[in-house]
Each structure stands twice: as C-alpha cells, then as structure tokens.
Design a protein around this ligand. Structure first.
Ligand SMILES: Cc1ncc(C[n+]2csc(CCOP(=O)(O)OP(=O)(O)O)c2C)c(N)n1
Length: 572
C-alpha cells in the first residue's frame, strides 16, 4: 500500500498490520469497520471471508499457533463480538497470540443502549492480555503495534482492539511504525549448567513439552538434546508436537485419554522439566499424579501462570531461545545457525559435540516405557463394531488406514470429544507444527483450524477428525474451505450422540441419559452441497478406499463414518 499521509485511521491500521508481516485476516464483515475493509482492498493481506465469527477466530488462533505471529480476526460489534468470544477464551487458556479487531458504535452514541452497543472492556478484560480502544485516529499505528507486541510477549495470548466506527474513517496524522523489537529474557549465565547438574543427579528426568514458540528447527534441536541427555519426553495435552514422536525417548501424551505409560512416566519421574508449559490440573489428572517432584519450568512467562506445585528452578526464556542457549552452553550437538538465527540440520560431518558430555545411551526405563507406548499405539482390531447386532464402522481399524495413508507431513486438527482420542493415540506427529487442538477443550475448533492449516501450509496434507456434535459447531466453514480451494480431509465419527457427555452420564447417572441424543444431517451430502467431496462409509471394509479418495481430492473432502453410539472410543 501507499504509505503517504494522510491516510484514514482504518487504512493506517491495515498498513501497520502489513508492516508486522500479517498475511491473512480472518473476518466476518460489518458496517462498523468499513474503512478497515476498504484498506484491505489494496493490501497485501488476504481477507479470508468466514461464515461465523467463531470460525474466523479459531482460524486466527490456529494461524497464531503455527506461525508465532498473532493470528488476526476482524468482527463487528455486539453480535460479532459475542460470536468471536469462544476463540478468545481458547487463545487465553492456550496462550496463543491472537489479535481481534472489533468494530464499535460511534463514540458520541456510547452509553445510550445504541444499536449493537456492548462494553468491550467489560466483556473481554478478564479473558485477554489487554483491551485497547482506538479513540484517536492519530494513534492507529501505535495501537496496532501495542496489540501485536502484547499478544506475543511473555505468556502469549489474545488482545482485543475496539474500533469506533467514525474514528476509522478520519484522517490520521500517523504513519506506519516499525514493529517493536520483542525483548525476550535469555537464560542467566549458569542456568543451563545448573539444569545439566539437575539432570545428572536425577534417576528419571522427564521433559514435558508444550506451549507456543516452537519452530521446526527448535523441534529438531530439543529432540536431539533430550535424547543425548537421556530425558524421557512427554507432551502436554494438545500441545505435544514439539518433538517428533519417532524420537526413541518420546513416551506419550498427558491429559484426557492419556496412556497409562505416559501417566506412569510422569508420576514416577524424579525431575520434571516443563518446557514451554507448566504443571496443570489436566496434566496431573486433577492434581493426583506427579505433584511432588523436583521441578524446573522453562518458558517465557515470569509468572509461570497456571503452574501448580513446587518450582526449584525457573528459566524465564522462550522455547526457541532456550534451544539456542543449549547450542552454546550445553555442548549439545553442533548445528549450523543461519544468518536469521534459525538452526538448521547438522551439516555433513558436523555432528560432533562441542561440550564435555558424551550423549548417554538411552536408559532402560525409557526403552521399556517406549516399548509399552508403541504397543498401546497399535489399534486393537477385529472386535465387534457395535454393542448390538448392527454393523458399523470400526474406527480403531479405520485409523490403521489413516495412519498408513496420511503423509508424514500432515497437520492434524480436532476439536473436543472422545473422537479426538483416535488421533492423539494412533497418529504420531513429526515435529512442530503438526497438531492443532484446543487446550481449553472447546468443541468446533477442528474444521476452522484445518482451513487455516491448509492456507498457511498448502504444501502439506491437512487431516481433521471430528465428532457429529463437534463438526456442526463450525461446519459452516466448509464454505470457506471451498471458497479458497483449501485441501483438507475431514473424517466425521457420526455416532448420533454427544458421546463424551453420555459417557459421563452412564458413569454418574446410569440409565438416565438426557440431552445427549443427536439426529445429524447427512454429512456427506452436506459436504457435497458446500462444493466439496462427501462420502459415507457404513462398513469398515469400505473405509480405506473412501479415505484414499478423500485424500486425493483437490479441495475439502469429508468421510462420514457411521459408528455405534455405544462405542465411545478406542478399544483398550
Ligand atoms: C463449545 C463446547 N460446548 C460443549 C462442550 C461439552 N462437551 C465436551 S465433549 C462434548 C460432546 C462431543 O460430542 P461429539 O462431537 O459428537 O463427539 P463424541 O463425544 O461423540 O466423540 C460436549 C458436548 C465443550 N467442550 N465445548
């Protein structure tokens, strides 16, 4: 865009987003922010027009998680602002950088219960890092810069920027500002040495990975370091893609649906090193396992927000920066460092150690745990596909095919429900970013996240697993996928119930299932109507062919699997 002044505040806002490297804005338009839309007309930023603000917000969350640059959503006042809230809660609990621009009524009309008026601070202040309002057109660039900075620094999270309608159209005396440098804490001299000593003293040191601020290079580096130091690695709930699951010391995932071996590894550890995450209720099965262990937390947040229990060493630094410090301080294997600071694969003949410690052979407890995990990750097939006589699709067996056919570079997405367990249990991931799931357990995340994944990484396969409940929370975004030609494959576990909640009812109120039955539409017909490929599978033996077709399809494809409501997840 032309940078000459005077620009309107709305146009300057768009210029400033460009200056921050923003590539896409996920939006549902509104008359409250027309001047920003007009600014996008001639911008390098692609507007991704979505069908519901919840979908737009989730796409922005997914983009923020994949790229580390705040995802951008734009929505209108009252109704749009309410719809987008779900993604703000997700970004807040998941610590994902997100900036949501919300159109507001004109300033002169405030406090009169004007059309679509709402209190932007009242609504969002408890669930964001900051709420800003652009009341002065001259401050447009400054406000955007502040929002983008706040969203990524320290513990990342969402920022909301309120945009009074008339301010956007006013001439601004400002010009686009350079993005702020992000100050990030570095490990203190001696931090890594102290950590190394703790690891050497421990019998069962376990590295728990999670959070944001990973990169493909960091992912490789941490995998190498953890293996060289003899650390068991476990992933946190829905943020487990920091380390390639093929690493021999990767021992599973914590949280709902965790394997016994991951829980045991966590519980029996004598040193917890949390990297990019903290000890939470979900990781500890509601504070019942692994609660009394020597603890190191490594991450950008000086508050260790959400951490439970002891804390013996706290290295306040982002994950990427920690990985770099290992390069210089811990004598981990040498990697070539590019001029932009990223770390590449070791060059040929470069795999020497720069420090004193030889890599340790993998301890027996890690090898044993890994063997147990490998066994658990093989689906048990051949059992009945239903509790009664009817024949349904056996999802355990279906996932044998998914695992075989899905390319290694796939990005896997899902929302909330038991169905996600098939992906987390049976689909190993191969480095960051390759899994997108809501850590706040929010249904409807999977499809919009898949749309964003397909837009950010068109060169990769994108696979979404959904439940029939979960899918329809944002199924409308199939239209967005079709509109932008996004390649993605969705498998819907169509079991005609909100199965997860029915499971809770069965345990706690047996025989009194209420409010959990579903009568779903024909999802395959729905996908076709949206301009994608829709296939229905009623018998297990037909799954592979359908899935192959769906994977090969250009554009969105959906495989609807009819499954038994009485079967709530993978066989154990
Ligand atoms: C937005 C939202 N609403 C409600 C819930 C509560 N909830 C958790 S799982 C679930 C059922 C999911 O049903 P479905 O997608 O059909 O998957 P299934 O459990 O049958 O595998 C519900 C209602 C939630 N987590 N998020």
């Amino acid at each position: 865009m032309d940078n000459s002044s005077p620009l309107s505040a709305g146009h300057l806002l768009v210029n400033e987003l460009e200056a921050h490297g923003v590539q896409r804005s996920y939006l549902v338009p509104g008359e409250s922010y027309l001047d920003v839309l007009d600014g996008l007309h001639d911008s390098t930023i692609t507007p991704i027009v979505c069908r519901q603000e919840g979908g737009a917000g989730y796409m922005a969350v997914a983009e923020g998680r994949m790229t580390g640059v705040p995802g951008i959503a734009m929505v209108t006042r009252g109704p749009g602002a309410s719809n987008v809230m779900v993604s703000i809660h997700t970004a807040y609990q998941d610590a994902t950088p997100l900036v949501v621009f919300v159109g507001l009524i004109p300033i002169a009309q405030r406090g009169r219960e004007s059309f679509q008026e709402f209190d932007v601070n009242g609504w969002f202040s408890t669930t964001t890092k900051k709420v800003l309002t652009l009341d002065d057109p001259d401050k447009a660039a400054e406000v955007v810069t502040d929002a983008m900075h706040t969203a990524v620094t320290g513990r990342p999270g969402p920022v909301v920027v309120g945009l009074p309608e008339e301010i956007l159209a006013k001439a601004s005396s400002g010009t686009a500002l350079p993005p702020r440098t992000h100050g990030s804490a570095a490990p203190y001299a001696g931090d890594v040495t102290e950590l190394r000593a703790r690891i050497l003293q421990a019998d069962r040191p376990v590295l728990i990975i999670g959070g944001e601020d990973w990169s493909p290079a960091t992912s490789r580096r941490i995998a190498q370091w953890s293996r060289d130091r003899g650390l068991g690695v476990i992933g946190t709930f829905r943020a487990y893609d920091g380390v390639d699951h093929d690493s021999p010391n990767f021992l599973g995932i914590l949280g709902f649906g965790a394997s016994e071996v991951a829980k045991k590894t966590f519980d029996e550890a004598d040193l917890h090193i949390f990297l990019g995450c903290v000890r939470t209720d979900v990781a500890t099965n509601g504070f019942t396992i692994g609660t009394d262990v020597k603890t190191v937390v490594i991450g950008p947040d000086a508050d260790a927000h959400g951490h439970f229990g002891s804390l013996d060493q706290h290295i306040v630094t982002p994950v990427n920066r920690f990985a770099q410090a290992l390069f210089t301080e811990d004598g981990a294997r040498a990697y070539s460092v590019s001029s932009d600071g990223s770390i590449d694969e070791p060059a040929a003949g470069d795999e020497h150690l720069t420090g004193n410690d030889e890599p340790v052979p993998l301890p027996e407890w890690i090898r044993d745990a890994r063997a147990e995990l490998d066994e658990w990750r093989v689906p048990i097939t051949g059992g009945p596909t239903s509790a009664g006589d009817a024949s349904f699709v056996d999802m355990d067996e279906a996932f044998v095919h998914v695992r075989e056919l899905l390319p290694d570079n796939a990005i896997i997405t899902y929302g909330a429900g038991n169905f996600s367990g098939w992906a987390t249990r049976f689909l190993p991931t191969h480095g960051f970013p390759s899994a997108l799931g809501p850590r706040n357990g929010s249904m409807g995340f999977g499809l919009p996240a898949a749309v964003a994944a397909g837009l950010v990484h068109p060169e990769r396969a994108v696979f979404c697993i959904a439940g029939d409940g979960d899918f329809l929370m944002n199924g409308q975004e199939l239209a967005t996928a079709a509109q932008y030609g996004v390649n993605l494959t969705v498998v819907v576990n169509d079991n005609s119930v909100y199965g997860t909640i029915l499971g809770h009812q069965d345990r706690e109120y047996p025989g009194r299932a209420t409010g959990t039955a579903l009568r779903s539409p024909d999802f395959a017909a729905l996908a076709t109507a949206f301009g994608g490929l829709g296939l229905t599978v009623e018998r297990t033996e037909d799954f592979r062919e359908a899935f192959e077709k769906a994977l090969a399809h250009e554009g969105p494809a959906l495989v609807r699997c009819l499954t038994d409501p009485a079967i709530r997840g993978a066989r154990v």
